[in-house]
Design a protein around this ligand. Structure first.
Ligand code: AMP
Length: 392
């Protein structure tokens, strides 16, 4: 990585402000998945072990209106969970800027401080320089370890870097290493599995991956726009009519580049999206829609994947949230989990949720903590939160 990391900076005696991604799911005040909190521990523990005088943590949670405190978006439950995970008392403050916050940090006996939700201030998402300066005034060094928001130019991810020495934490370093190696210097062959609802969300991704991948396998709702472009009947399946031409062009580009482009060849079809009453079929008749890849497609995909040395997967292959249509996604996930000597990289968001649902997280090489951020990175875009960090 061409950016400085916490390993390359003196932390002893310094106050260090770390942008973490504590945007965890909370139901009725209880955190239902704390992986994003535990993913930040290596950075927090390293900063403490290097003798930093304070670690000030800041994050957003959900989408408050930016007009002050809203109880359902408070980071207070996160403070309690973090305290348990790091095994020491932390100080939770009810705001993220202002003289009272600054004063409390200086006077606190605790080494770790968590600030209240950044997005209670609209200036955070507006990347307002005065707000960024206020955040920066709380510390001597800035660390960005929030990969999930690295694709956003906000005060806590971009603006603050104008005021402090700014370096990457371990989580960002790890994400860039795994995602970057997977697409820029993969062990070949590189297979890319794409699924999810819409082809329009993945056009840039496919364009960027065609020159890099050896094979691209398409399932999920996005497959039907490609099948339509090949003149195949898709019934009532998910279809983006205005993208049929583009889908045809992408397949043409892949062919020219010598990339194997594999589409769904059989289907799990139903007459109503809300019904679990379904059957396996080689065709999609009018009045039917396909909500998962069929068994022939699963075998076809596995055959291609058996040659791969690197696999990047973004997007579920069917409506995996419902058991009737989860088999395709599950079967491919189980197959990938069984491979040895193959780097399997799971993009964030729904693909990560699917792997977690099937209990296969430990079996994958890397599961990204960023949905939108990993997608933008794989599209070849510059992530503002990374670009703003000090170069090596
Ligand atoms: P995305 O946010 O683009 O990754 O899409 C994920 C969503 O796509 C999931 O909620 C799936 O239920 C949905 N999905 C996957 N396959 C299909 C399909 N064949 N038809 C409709 N929706 C699908």
């Amino acid at each position: 990585m061409n950016k400085q990391t916490i390993k390359g900076i003196v932390l002893k005696g310094k106050k260090v402000i770390v942008r973490v991604d504590f945007n965890v799911p909370i139901e009725k005040g209880r955190i239902t998945d704390d992986r994003r909190i535990s993913a930040s521990l290596p950075t927090i523990q390293y900063v403490l072990s290097q003798g930093a005088s304070k670690v000030v943590l800041m994050s957003h949670l959900g989408r408050p209106k930016g007009a002050g405190f809203e109880p359902e978006f408070s980071l207070k439950p996160v403070a309690a969970r973090l305290e348990k995970l790091i095994g020491e008392e932390i100080l939770f403050l009810d705001d993220c800027i202002g003289p009272a916050v600054k004063d409390a940090i200086v006077k606190s006996s605790q080494r770790v401080v968590l600030l209240e939700n950044l997005r209670f201030h609209k200036e955070e998402e507006l990347n307002a320089p005065a707000f960024a300066k206020e955040l920066a005034s709380l510390a001597d060094i800035y660390v960005n370890d929030a990969f999930g928001t690295a694709h956003r130019a906000h005060a806590s991810t971009a603006g603050i870097t104008a005021c402090l020495p700014s370096v990457a934490g371990f989580l960002i370093e790890k994400e860039l290493e795994f995602l970057g190696n997977a697409v820029n210097s993969p062990k070949r062959p590189l297979s890319v599995i794409l699924g999810g609802a819409k082809v329009s969300d993945k056009i840039e991704l496919i364009k960027n991956l065609i020159p890099k991948a050896d094979s691209i396998l398409i399932g999920g709702g996005m497959a039907y726009t490609f099948l339509k472009a090949k003149g195949i009947n898709v019934g009532n399946s998910k279809l983006e009519k205005d993208k049929v031409g583009m889908a045809g062009e992408l397949m043409e580009q892949a062919k020219k580049a010598g990339v194997e482009f594999a589409l769904t060849i059989d289907f799990v079809i139903t007459q109503s999206f809300t019904s679990d009453d379904c059957k396996i079929s080689d065709v999609i008749a009018d009045g039917w829609e396909s909500l998962d890849i069929g068994p022939k497609t699963r075998e076809y995909f596995k055959k291609i994947l058996s040659k791969a040395k690197t696999v990047v997967w973004n997007g579920p292959l069917g409506v995996f949230e419902r058991d009737a249509y989860a088999q395709g996604t599950r079967d491919i996930a189980v197959y990938l989990a069984s491979l040895s000597g193959v780097a399997v990289i799971i993009g964030g968001g729904d693909s990560a949720a699917a792997v977690a649902k099937f209990g296969l997280e430990d079996k994958m090489t890397h599961i990204s903590t960023g949905g939108g951020a990993s997608l933008e990175f794989l599209e070849g875009k510059v992530l503002p939160g990374i670009a703003a960090l000090n170069d090596k």
